[in-house]
Design a protein around this ligand. Structure first.
Ligand code: GLN
Length: 468
C-alpha cells in the first residue's frame, strides 16, 4: 500500500479511522528500507522491527500512535550510539536523550533509526561522514546535500516517514531542497538544543525534514518550547502549529531579494523563480523586488563565527572522556594522537581556522569583526521586514551536485549562500519543493521574522498547495 510514502498527519488520520493498522505502516517502511537503504545509505543504525512493533502496541492510544521518525546522528538518543558521523565517537552512547527526542517519544512516537551526516554536521553533501556518503534517492550519482543528508534522503526515499535534522547554517534546508522534501529551520532557541551535539552553539538548532508542510507543523508542535535544560532556549509555551495553519497570502507583500536568485543556473531556474512570483500574485499576494546587499558577507562571517565556536566546543574531545583514544607519552601526546586519529580533514580545518580566529592579536580582526557584521546582517533583515511580510528565494544555488564534484572547500561552502544569512540572524526559514531544474528537485525558501513559525508555515502551505 506504500504507506511509507504518506505523510505522518495522513497516517494518523487513517489509523484513527481504523482504515489501516500500524503493523502495515511498519511493514511498508521495513520493505522500503530493505529495498533502498543499501544504495542510498541514509541510515547509520536501525531499530529492530520487533522492538518498534512492541513499542508501537504500547503506544497505540497516544497522539502519535507509535509512529517512528529518523533522527540525525548528532542528536542523542538512549537507544543508539551518537557517532556524529565521526570515528572519534564511533562507540559513544549518550547517557541521556535530547529534549526533542524525549518529547517525540512522550507524545507516543518512536525512533526508527539514526541517519548519516557530515562529521559533526560540518558540510553540505554528507560526503564528510566517516561512515561513507549518503546518496541522493533521485540520482544515486549525486549527493543528498548536507549535513542532514541522511535525514533528507530517508524521507525522500520513503525509508522514513519524517526526520529530525540540525541546521547551523543550512543543514536542514539545503538537503531538503536537494532531495525534494520540506525542511524547517525554526527560530533560534525555539527548539531545545539539549542533547544536540554542539557545533556552533549560537547558531545550532534542531529542525524537521518532512514529506509536506503539515508534517513540519505537526513535528514542530511536539518538539518546540522552552526547556530548563537549555539556557538559550526561548521561554515560549508549547503551541499547536497545525491548528494555526491558514493557507492564505492575500494582501501580503513578498520580498524577493535579487541576491537570492541563482542567475548562473540559466533560463530554467530563472523561469522557475518567475513561476514562484506568478503563483504569489495568483494567490493574491504582492511581489516586491528587494535587495539584501550584505548577503555576500554572510559566508565569511559564518565561517569565522561557526569555526570559532566549533574550535571551543570540540576541545572536549580529548581521548579521555569519549571513545577513541590514541597512544602517546604523557597527556598532551595522547590527546593530540586521539584527535589526529579521530577527526576527519574538514573538522580539522574548522578547528584550525577557529583557533586562529580566536587567538590573541587576531581576535578583534576576525572573530570580533565577524560578530559586528553578524549584527548588521540581522539588522538588514529587520529593516526588510518593515516593508515585506516574508522573503522568498531559492534555497540553494544549484540542484544536487555529483558525488566527488566539490573537492575545493570553498566550492562546498558556497552551497549555503542562501541559507547562511537567515541563520546568522536567528530567523526561521523553510524550504519546500519548488519544481525541477535539470530534472532534479529545486527548493524554494521562505524566511520570516523571529517566531513567525505559525505564519511562515501557513504561507509555505499556500505555496505548496499551489505548486503541487
Ligand atoms: N554547510 C554548512 C557548514 O558546513 C552548514 C552546516 C550546518 O548547518 N550544520 O558549516
Amino acid at each position: 500500500m506504500d504507506l511509507n510514502e504518506r505523510p505522518v498527519h495522513e497516517l494518523l488520520e487513517l489509523l484513527a479511522q481504523g482504515a489501516i493498522r500500524l503493523e502495515e505502516v511498519l511493514a511498508d517502511l521495513e520493505a522500503a528500507i530493505r529495498a533502498r537503504d543499501q544504495e542510498v545509505h541514509a541510515y547509520l543504525a536501525l531499530a529492530e522491527q520487533e522492538e518498534l512493533l512492541r513499542d508501537a502496541y504500547a503506544k497505540s492510544q497516544t497522539l502519535l500512535r507509535g509512529l517512528p521518525i529518523a533522527v540525525k546522528g548528532n542528536i542523542c538518543t538512549l537507544e543508539f550510539p551518537t557517532t556524529c558521523g565521526s570515528r572519534l565517537l564511533e562507540q559513544y552512547r549518550s547517557p541521556y536523550e535530547a529534549t526533542a527526542v524525549r518529547r517525540w517519544k512522550e507524545a507516543g512516537g518512536t525512533v526508527g533509526g539514526i541517519t548519516n551526516l557530515d562529521e559533526f554536521a560540518m558540510g553540505s553533501s554528507t560526503e564528510h561522514s566517516a561512515f561513507g556518503p549518503t546518496r541522493n534517492p533521485w540520482d544515486l550519482g549525486r549527493v543528498p546535500g548536507g549535513s542532514s543528508g541522511g535525514s533528507a534522503a530517508a524521507v525522500a526515499a520513503g525509508t522514513a516517514l519524517a526526520a529530525l535534522g540540525s541546521d547551523t547554517g543550512g543543514s536542514v534546508r539545503q538537503p531538503a531542497a536537494l532531495c525534494g522534501v520540506v525542511g524547517l529551520r525554526p527560530t533560534y532557541g525555539l527548539v531545545s538544543r539539549f542533547g544536540l551535539v554542539s557545533f556552533a552553539s549560537s547558531l545550532d538548532i534542531i529542525g524537521t525534514l518532512t514529506r509536506d508542510v503539515r508534517d513540519a507543523a505537526l513535528l514542530l508542535s511536539i518538539i518546540a518550547g522552552g526547556d530548563p535544560q537549555d539556557s538559550t532556549s526561548l521561554p515560549v509555551p508549547v503551541q499547536d502549529y497545525t491548528s494555526q495553519l491558514r493557507p492564505d497570502i492575500r494582501g501580503l507583500t513578498v520580498g524577493v531579494p535579487k541576491e537570492y536568485v541563482p542567475g548562473q543556473l540559466g533560463a530554467e531556474a530563472l523561469a522557475l523563480v518567475d513561476r514562484w512570483k506568478a503563483v504569489v500574485e495568483e494567490l493574491g499576494g504582492r511581489v516586491e523586488e528587494i535587495t539584501l546587499p550584505l548577503t555576500e558577507y554572510a559566508l565569511p562571517t559564518y565561517y569565522l563565527v561557526a569555526s570559532a565556536e566549533a574550535s571551543a566546543n570540540l576541545a572536549r574531545y580529548d581521548g579521555v572522556r569519549y571513545t577513541l583514544r590514541g597512544v602517546g607519552r604523557g597527556a598532551a601526546e595522547m590527546i593530540a594522537a586521539s584527535r589526529t586519529l579521530g577527526f576527519g580533514p574538514e573538522v580539522k580545518r574548522r578547528i584550525m581556522l577557529g583557533t586562529y580566529a580566536l587567538s590573541a592579536g587576531f581576535f578583534a580582526r576576525y572573530y570580533g569583526k565577524a560578530q559586528k557584521v553578524r549584527t548588521l546582517i540581522a539588522q538588514e533583515f529587520t529593516q526588510a521586514f518593515t516593508r515585506v511580510d516574508f522573503i522568498l528565494g531559492a534555497t540553494a544555488p544549484s540542484p544536487a551536485f555529483r558525488v566527488g564534484e566539490k573537492v575545493d572547500p570553498l566550492a562546498m561552502y558556497l552551497s549555503d549562500i542562501f541559507t547562511l544569512p537567515s541563520a546568522l540572524a536567528a530567523l526561521p526559514a523553510v524550504s519546500i519543493p519548488g519544481g525541477k531544474v535539470g530534472g532534479l528537485p529545486f527548493g524554494l525558501q521562505l524566511i520570516g521574522p523571529r517566531l513567525s513559525e505559525a505564519r511562515l508555515l501557513s504561507w509555505a502551505l499556500a505555496l505548496e498547495e499551489a505548486l503541487s
